[in-house]
Structures are given as C-alpha cells and as structure tokens.
Design a protein around this ligand. Structure first.
Ligand code: AP5
Length: 215
C-alpha cells in the first residue's frame, strides 16, 4: 500500500523509509534526496534549490510538484513511500490531483511524532555517508570507526543544512508551513500517529504493520 511518512525534520522519515524499502520492496520518493541529487549533478533545479535549503527554507511549490510528478511517472508499478512531500497545503492538494491523473492511490499518512527538544540533537548529530548515503548518528547509532561508513567504508559527513543555525530555521519553516497538514490529514481520516521518540526498531515494527494493513 502506498504511504506517506510525515513529521518534522529529524523525525526519522528517512530512517523508516529505508526499512520499508528493505522489508516491503517499496520505492522511496524523498524530495530532499531529489534536491541533493540535483545539486550534485549541478542542474538548474539543484542550483535554485540549494539556496533555499542552505537557508532552511522550503523550495517553491511549483519546483517540488514538478519533480514529484516525474518521480511518480517512473515507478513502473512499484508501491511507494513519500518522504518529505507534501510540506504545504498547496503541495497536498497538488498531490491529490497528481494521484488522480496518474490513476494512483494513497494509503495511510504516518505521522512520526517527536518532541521538539529531541529534534535538534538528532539533526546536528546526524552523519551521512558521502558515498552510499547511509545515515548514522554520533550518539544514538555511531559508526564503528568515527567518520567511516559501516556499510561501504566511505567518508561520513554532516549535511550542510544540519548546522544548528539552519536546523532552527528548518524547524520554524516546519511549524509555519508543514504542521498544519497534520490537521488536514486528521480531518480526512488518514493520519496514523506513531511515537517517533521510541527506539528505531519499535517504530519500524509499527510502521511496517500500518503500511502492510493499509491503515
Ligand atoms: P529533507 O531532506 O526532506 O529533510 P527533512 O524533512 O528536514 O528531514 P530530514 O531528512 O532532516 O529528517 P528525517 O525525518 O528523514 O530524519 P532521519 O531519518 O534522517 O529536506 C531538506 C530540505 O529540502 C528542506 O529543508 C527544504 O529546503 C527542501 N525540501 C525537501 N522537500 C521539500 C518540499 N516538499 N517542499 C519544499 N522544500 C522541500 O533521522 C535523523 C537522525 O536521527 C539520524 O541521525 C537518525 O539516525 C536518527 N534517528 C532516527 N530515528 C531515531 C530514533 N527512533 N531514535 C534515535 N535516533 C533516531
């Protein structure tokens, strides 16, 4: 069942998406990853997005919606997990139109609920492998050798938008533009909240079950 993982920066959307990809074979549609790939490739969208991302602001809706539309066209029938999209009411409404146009449906919206005081530490301590993208954390899931990815041996780095001053801006943008979607999906009867502060494997079990059942 297609699903949407929703929550603040650092809630664990990427971590839990990776579990759904591994265990249920779903395709991972992460708008943040799409932008980071575009930045690495030096495309026009990448150059435009980087300025917004480095400031902790949201990339304009029309850019994001276009990218998601293309990603939905390349699924070849695979079930998918949306991570980081939609992030505004306009994106949520656009998503409904895209799904209808493409004959796709959406299952549960899983809200990873994490208190604010935990999020800053999760983001500033996150490290990402610059070769394979594996995510670790300096305290909660450190690599065996500091700065070296456990999966591929590549160098682990801090994302440029995980610096504290940018993290704080991202949390402001989340509260202003994205948090209202929680009520939107609640009213639509689609939201399933999960305690995102629980241990990762506990969350994974719950998310897998919700997505497998479709509710
Ligand atoms: P994006 O890359 O989507 O960032 P985000 O939503 O801010 O989310 P993160 O990737 O930071 O966090 P996550 O929830 O995936 O947490 P993770 O699993 O890594 O977007 C980046 C930027 O792109 C945006 O700021 C914006 O500029 C732009 N953008 C993207 N989409 C957009 C859109 N739709 N519209 C407009 N602009 C858009 O976990 C974090 C850390 O916590 C890790 O170290 C992990 O190991 C650890 N952790 C995870 N779970 C647990 C747990 N249960 N216990 C302990 N530690 C945990």
């Amino acid at each position: 069942m297609n699903c949407l993982l929703f929550g603040p920066p650092g809630a664990g959307k990427g971590t839990q998406s990776a579990v759904l990809v591994r265990d249920l074979g779903m395709a991972h549609l992460s708008t943040g990853d799409m932008f980071r790939n575009a930045i690495r490739s030096g495309t026009k969208w990448g150059i435009e997005a980087k300025a917004y991302m480095d400031a902790g602001a949201l990339v304009p809706d029309e850019v994001v919606i276009g990218l998601v539309s293309e990603a939905l066209d390349s699924l070849n029938g695979r079930q998918f997990v949306l991570d980081g999209f939609p992030r505004t009411l306009a994106q949520a409404k656009a998503l409904e139109g895209l799904l209808e146009d493409k004959g796709l449906s959406m299952g549960p919206v899983v809200f990873l609920d994490v208190p604010d005081d935990i999020l800053e530490g999760r983001l500033t301590g996150r490290r990402v492998c610059s070769r394979c993208g594996a995510v670790s954390h300096v305290d909660s899931s450190p690599t065996r050798v500091e700065g070296v990815c456990d999966v591929c041996g590549g160098p682990t780095v801090q994302r440029s938008d995980d610096r504290l001053e940018v993290v704080r801006q991202r949390l402001v943008a989340y509260r202003e533009s994205t948090l209202p979607l929680r009520d939107y999906y609640l009213k639509a009867g689609r939201l399933v909240a999960v305690d995102g502060a629980a241990p990762m494997d506990v969350i994974s079990r719950q998310v897998r079950e919700i997505v497998s059942k479709g509710a």
